[in-house]
Write a protein that binds this ligand. Structure first.
Ligand SMILES: N[C@@H](CCC(=O)N[C@@H](CS)C(=O)NCC(=O)O)C(=O)O
Length: 219
């Protein structure tokens, strides 16, 4: 029996897990939760994940894990034919982990800070502070890419998938300026062209449609 993924298609971290599963050739049973109906706050789901977040994975043996970064590392370690997406080599893995923590602790947090007030209808435009917050993330990422093909290594890793999922969402609000962040822009197009990222695009389109309908002035 394939692992089950509790998910919402528009969620950036869910999309990162979908991409990783696709890259591994792993089929997941996707269980959609309806956040409007607060299905993630119902007792049945809270028993699985008391933090009530998606993505949440339940593996074939009942093992439960949440947080997209942890899930992706687990999936590659358990189901990967090789370690290239999450290398065993101590230093290579340390760099991938650093990028994953950057996504988890900086990039996705700032993206949420900017996006959530708009998604909730509390704001209909972006201010300079929003632009500064995401601009700084783009600048950091552009620097990480100096001398590197991919975000953490010379090969694609799960750090590319997580950061792509976050940046493809931020890009809806504040498009990457190719003059300021040429390496980031080039990397973004390369990740977008990877066949495994296709699986995440319907969810990204839902996300973009919702956000754009709430923004008075499109970027
Ligand atoms: N760091 C987590 C973030 C998970 C997260 O916050 N997911 C959001 C959707 S994008 C969620 O489930 N929110 C519902 C809630 O917190 O109740 C990850 O990478 O999985």
């Amino acid at each position: 029996m394939p692992p089950t993924l509790y998910m919402v298609p528009s969620s950036p971290p869910v999309r990162a897990v979908q991409i990783t599963a696709k890259a591994l050739g792993l089929k997941l049973v996707e269980k959609h939760l309806d956040f409007q109906k607060r299905e993630n706050l119902q007792p049945e789901f809270l028993k699985i994940n008391p933090q009530h977040t998606v993505p949440t994975l339940v593996d074939d043996d009942g093992f439960i894990l949440w947080d997209s970064h942890a899930i992706n590392a687990y999936l590659v370690s358990k189901y990967g034919q090789s370690d290239s997406l999450y290398p065993q080599d101590l230093k290579k893995r340390a760099i991938v982990d650093q990028r994953l923590h950057f996504d988890s602790g900086v990039a996705s947090v700032r993206a949420s800070d900017v996006m959530l007030p708009i998604r909730r209808g509390e704001k209909t435009s972006l201010d300079d502070n929003d632009k500064h917050k995401l601009g700084e993330v783009y600048a950091f990422l552009d620097t990480f890419l100096d001398g590197h093909e991919w975000i953490a290594d010379d090969v694609v890793t799960i750090a590319d998938y997580s950061i792509y999922s976050t940046v493809s969402s931020s890009n809806v609000f504040i498009p990457i300026d190719p003059d300021k962040y040429p390496r980031l822009q080039a990397w973004f197009h390369k990740v977008e062209a990877l066949p495994e990222t296709e699986v995440s695009k319907p969810g990204l389109r839902i996300f973009a449609g919702r956000v754009q309908s709430r923004l008075k002035q499109l970027p």
